[in-house]
Design a protein around this ligand. Structure first.
Ligand SMILES: *[C@@H]1O[C@H](CO)[C@@H](O)[C@H](O)[C@H]1NC(C)=O
Ligand SMILES: *[C@@H]1O[C@H](CO)[C@@H](O)[C@H](O)[C@H]1NC(C)=O
Ligand SMILES: *[C@@H]1O[C@H](CO)[C@@H](O)[C@H](O)[C@H]1NC(C)=O
Ligand SMILES: *[C@@H]1O[C@H](CO)[C@@H](O)[C@H](O)[C@H]1NC(C)=O
Ligand SMILES: *[C@@H]1O[C@H](CO)[C@@H](O)[C@H](O)[C@H]1NC(C)=O
Ligand SMILES: *[C@@H]1O[C@H](CO)[C@@H](O)[C@H](O)[C@H]1NC(C)=O
Ligand SMILES: *[C@@H]1O[C@H](CO)[C@@H](O)[C@H](O)[C@H]1NC(C)=O
Ligand SMILES: *[C@@H]1O[C@H](CO)[C@@H](O)[C@H](O)[C@H]1NC(C)=O
Ligand SMILES: *[C@@H]1O[C@H](CO)[C@@H](O)[C@H](O)[C@H]1NC(C)=O
Ligand SMILES: *[C@@H]1O[C@H](CO)[C@@H](O)[C@H](O)[C@H]1NC(C)=O
Ligand SMILES: *[C@@H]1O[C@H](CO)[C@@H](O)[C@H](O)[C@H]1NC(C)=O
Ligand SMILES: *[C@@H]1O[C@H](CO)[C@@H](O)[C@H](O)[C@H]1NC(C)=O
Length: 410
């Protein structure tokens, strides 16, 4: 049933040439229920409403400039999508977005002006390959959820000024090389910075507390004041050599560090607890982890670490509640410390593996092959403990099998 109750609206529905199911208006506020606009006359009519409510879409190839400069308050969900002609969107008087403002799949969009915005609940800019100019008020005070994905933006300008954000996902903006959030202190849901410019630099030095943090494909990352991650921390596919989060004391859920080819040094020197799993893999140059976890006392999930690790120590360890798997491809790795923790019952999970490479020289031709020294126990399928020996070679001079602990306790 179509329903509208106002004289101000006469003419509006005819200009909006697609389905406006319910439209109401009071003096200066218009409310739309699932309204789609695809002609510029419809835009002009929208622009006669200082406040917009409801659900409004603008799409199609008959519009180039969207001028909504008379609108002051956006309570509606306004989505502008699927157009190869829209190139400029002007919303210069909007101060407050309590709904959603979304731009999606607009191949010719170059410019959005949001120069009065102070408070934006939900802003999305997605698949806008030519979108390079976002003119924002540089006093944006507050933001809820912000997504910037696959745009041509080269900086964050006003979007990096907040001291608190709820959710921000900035990914695949290949021209964006500086992601500096110099005032950001608190991320109450998630901050995801992934696969932007391949020389992207991230500065989160004011950040103190984050729920979830994901950093991918950056060349430089610092978060010197970060003390607490309440959810998960994921660091992957980056090209820096040092990861220093030496102020971080606790991670509520998981810690994952993987897929790095340049990383040689990792400092989680103040980290005392990880509430979920702790996982390190595919970090091809990371071998010395002697001082990485100086203060780590407790891991509530599983520990799973693999790589060419020569040394790793957890001198403060009190308890690992989950499984423990440490596979080193280095022959220099010594499992002694962890075997001892396991023997003492400090590693509680059913599956315990600590393995390292053993190089066995064959004296006749000088070639080498790799064996594995290992300590492994499982109790899930009955008591089992084994030294793992792969590829036995006849006449090998040395085969070292890692010492087995723990089976007597099970
Ligand atoms: C709109 O009109 C209603 C009554 O019709 C009034 O109560 C309200 O204050 C008006 N709003 C504004 C912003 O003028
Ligand atoms: C945009 O166009 C594509 C392809 O025509 C379609 O699948 C998609 O649903 C459209 N998006 C929206 C929001 O309608
Ligand atoms: C993007 O919009 C165009 C129309 O401009 C449409 O043809 C295309 O299918 C859309 N692509 C997606 C992924 O929705
Ligand atoms: C925006 O609107 C919301 C809801 O009405 C209000 O709580 C908030 O204070 C407003 N923000 C600004 C900057 O006016
Ligand atoms: C984005 O980067 C590409 C090459 O990396 C460059 O050709 C293009 O001009 C840049 N666009 C903007 C808006 O800076
Ligand atoms: C950050 O925000 C969360 C959620 O609102 C809050 O629980 C936490 O105490 C805040 N942390 C700081 C350091 O302000
Ligand atoms: C880091 O925290 C200290 C102490 O709270 C503060 O003085 C300093 O300004 C913070 N650094 C940044 C970059 O905000
Ligand atoms: C912190 O994490 C815990 C456990 O995951 C959750 O219950 C709590 O709500 C989180 N706190 C905030 C402020 O997000
Ligand atoms: C963010 O972390 C909180 C705990 O602080 C968790 O409950 C929530 O599911 C996480 N969100 C995402 C998207 O990972
Ligand atoms: C990490 O940063 C802290 C504080 O700046 C510093 O003391 C420490 O030596 C750094 N760790 C590494 C491995 O560089
Ligand atoms: C880790 O490395 C292996 C072997 O190179 C590869 O197959 C796998 O995809 C990598 N995993 C990730 C998450 O990069
Ligand atoms: C360690 O090696 C064992 C045996 O080859 C394998 O089952 C396990 O998945 C490996 N764990 C890690 C973390 O690489």
């Amino acid at each position: 049933m179509k329903f509208f109750n106002s004289i101000i609206l006469s003419g509006l529905l005819s200009a909006i040439n697609v389905n406006a199911e319910t439209t109401t208006t009071t003096n200066n506020s218009c409310s739309f229920s699932r309204t789609t606009i695809s002609a510029s006359t419809g835009i002009q009519q929208l622009n006669s409403c200082p406040t917009l409510d409801g659900t409004i879409s603008i799409t199609g190839n008959d519009i180039s400039v969207i001028d909504l400069t008379a609108i002051r308050q956006l309570n509606a969900d306004l989505t502008i999508y699927n157009s190869s002609t829209i190139n400029v969107v002007l919303v210069n008087q909007i101060e407050n977005i309590t709904g959603l403002l979304e731009f999606n799949n607009l191949t010719q969009l170059t410019t959005v002006e949001l120069t009065s915005i102070k408070d934006a609940q939900n802003l999305e800019f997605v698949s806008l390959p030519n979108f390079a100019n976002l003119n924002l008020n540089n006093e944006v005070l507050k933001a809820g959820r912000i997504i910037l994905s696959n745009t041509a933006l080269s900086n964050l300008n006003g979007l990096a000024l907040f001291d608190t954000i709820e959710y921000m996902n900035i990914n695949n903006n290949k021209n964006m090389s500086q992601l500096n959030f110099e005032s950001l202190k608190n991320v109450s849901d998630s901050l995801i910075l992934s696969f932007n410019h391949n020389q992207a630099q991230v500065n989160l030095n004011a950040l103190n507390w984050a729920s979830n943090l994901t950093i991918q494909d950056v060349v430089d990352f610092s978060a010197t004041n970060l003390t607490s991650v309440n959810g998960s921390l994921q660091i992957s596919y980056n090209t820096f050599e040092t990861l220093n989060l030496s102020s971080l004391t606790s991670i509520g859920s998981s810690l994952q560090v993987f897929a790095h080819d340049d990383l040689t040094e990792v400092d989680f020197g103040s980290l005392t607890s990880v509430g979920g799993e702790l996982s390190f893999f595919n970090n091809s140059q990371l071998s010395n982890m002697l001082n990485t976890f100086k203060s780590l006392q407790r891991v509530d999930g599983a520990v799973s670490i693999s790589g060419d690790i020569t040394n790793l120590s957890m001198p403060a360890l009190q308890r690992i509640r989950g499984d423990f798997q440490l596979n080193s491809t280095s022959e220099d790795f010594d499992c002694e410390e962890f075997n001892q923790y396991h023997e003492d019952g400090d590693i509680e999970g059913n599956n315990y593996i600590c393995s390292y490479a053993v190089y066995s020289s064959i004296e006749t031709d000088g070639s080498t092959s790799t064996n594995t020294g290992s300590s492994e126990t499982t109790s899930s399928d009955g008591n089992r403990a084994s030294g793992v020996e792969k590829s036995m070679i006849p006449n090998i001079a040395v085969v070292v099998v890692g010492i087995m602990f723990g089976v007597l306790m099970l």
